[in-house]
Design a protein. Structure first.
Ligand code: TXA
Ligand code: MG
Length: 355
């Protein structure tokens, strides 16, 4: 299949809306269109068409029991596809359009091919102007997983999308870099005042707590699950978002990390906070140290994480070392993605010191 790559400006310039109309026509005809969102790029198809959903699974190399998120143009459209509740309305009024996905019981307007056979559906109303305009012009809900090959880091730039998906989809809409860089927060509504967090994201637990008295954090968010444990969200398996180069997370003070890295410089890349650069440059070779953002700037770290993992993966290092993030605010989303990318290889430095 020939993939057409089209640049779209925001704010829209002449020609951009015509290109979005062509992409919308392609989606209505059952085609596959990759588009930017504020989180990561999505691989879209008509969410009401089971055949189109199968095409998504084939293009990604993803098992068809791993459900897709249904994207909508306006929060109120959710009721056409899901059995919404007053809690959904409260969440939507605060956080949509935006990086929040809500799981609710599914209506029969969405085929089971999209929900991976489940009786629930994940609904998200993205905030990115290109995603919104595409949804509006298509006039259909769009099923879209992240636009990476199954298992590799989610793409946050069109060139990363093309690396994985050129020749596998009809169109790629290049809208530049995704602002957030990590996928949406996913919660499953349990009852009127409680929900389960399945995937942390830019809508943090702290933000959700304002309207949700009880948030249960699914076990898989923070830890590795045993191979045969029941999984609430099929995409939350223990190794995921993984670069090909092994990633190791360092759990310890900044001094302990620096001391450890001094003795592990050979052919390794280091993801480091900007503040650590001067110290690391004393013992790391040029080109081995990759600044990840300021230590307090989790938004910058989130924005860069997947890009850095993809770029470092091309450079032939033996391993990548990175600090283990904290678990509050956006840190929880970084923690969740990084333990998966590292396949849970965490080096506990203070314990090593005690030994
Ligand atoms: O930010 C995002 O959410 C991006 C952009 C493109 O919107 N999309 C995305 O989709 O990350 P995907 O397919 O890569 O991740 C969706 C996750 C998967 O882990 C899937 O298992 C889970 O959501 N999921 C979807 N529907 C579900 C359901 N009904 N019950 C439980 N988990 C569900
Ligand atoms: Mg994904």
């Amino acid at each position: 299949m020939k993939t057409e790559l089209i640049q779209i400006n925001t704010p829209f310039k002449e020609g951009d809306l015509a290109a979005l109309d062509r992409a919308a026509d392609c989606l209505r005809a059952g085609g596959l269109v990759i588009f930017p969102t504020e989180t990561v790029y999505g691989l879209g198809a008509d969410a009401t068409d089971a055949e189109a959903a199968h095409r998504i699974y084939a293009a990604k190399g993803r098992p068809s029991d791993n459900p897709l998120i249904v994207h909508i143009a306006e929060p109120r459209e959710a009721q056409k596809y899901a059995k919404t509740t007053p809690l959904y309305d409260r969440l939507a009024s605060l956080f949509m359009p935006g990086p929040l996905t809500v799981i609710m019981p599914c209506r029969d307007t969405i085929p089971r091919a999209v929900t991976g056979g489940l009786s629930t559906v994940a609904i998200r109303c993205p905030a990115h102007p290109i995603a919104r305009e595409l949804l509006k012009r298509a006039g259909i809900p769009i099923a879209a997983p992240s636009a990476n090959l199954s298992g590799s880091p989610s793409p946050t730039r069109a060139d990363h999308v093309a690396e994985d998906m050129d020749g596998r989809v009809d169109m790629i809409l290049d809208g530049g870099e995704c602002e957030i860089g990590l996928e949406s927060t996913i919660i499953k509504i349990d009852d009127e005042d409680s929900a389960t967090l399945l995937r942390p994201g830019a809508i943090t637990v702290e933000m959700l707590s304002a309207v949700l008295p009880h948030i249960h954090i699914a076990d898989a968010v923070l830890a590795a699950l045993p191979e045969n444990a029941p999984v609430l969200s099929p995409g939350m398996k223990s190794r995921h978002y993984a670069p090909k180069t092994p990633l190791y997370l360092l759990d310890g003070s900044r001094d302990a990390c620096a001391a450890y890295l001094r003795s592990h410089t050979e052919k390794n890349a280091v993801l480091c906070y900007n503040e650590d650069l001067p110290v690391y440059r004393e013992f790391l070779r040029e080109g081995c140290c990759f600044p990840f953002g300021s230590v307090a700037d989790e938004a910058a770290q989130a924005h860069r994480l997947f890009t850095l993992l993809r770029e470092i993966d091309k450079l032939g290092f033996l391993g990548i070392y990175a600090p283990l993030p904290g678990k509050s605010g956006l840190g929880l989303a970084l923690y969740n993605r990084m333990i998966r990318a590292a396949a849970h290889q965490i080096i506990h430095l203070e314990e090593k010191e005690k030994q």
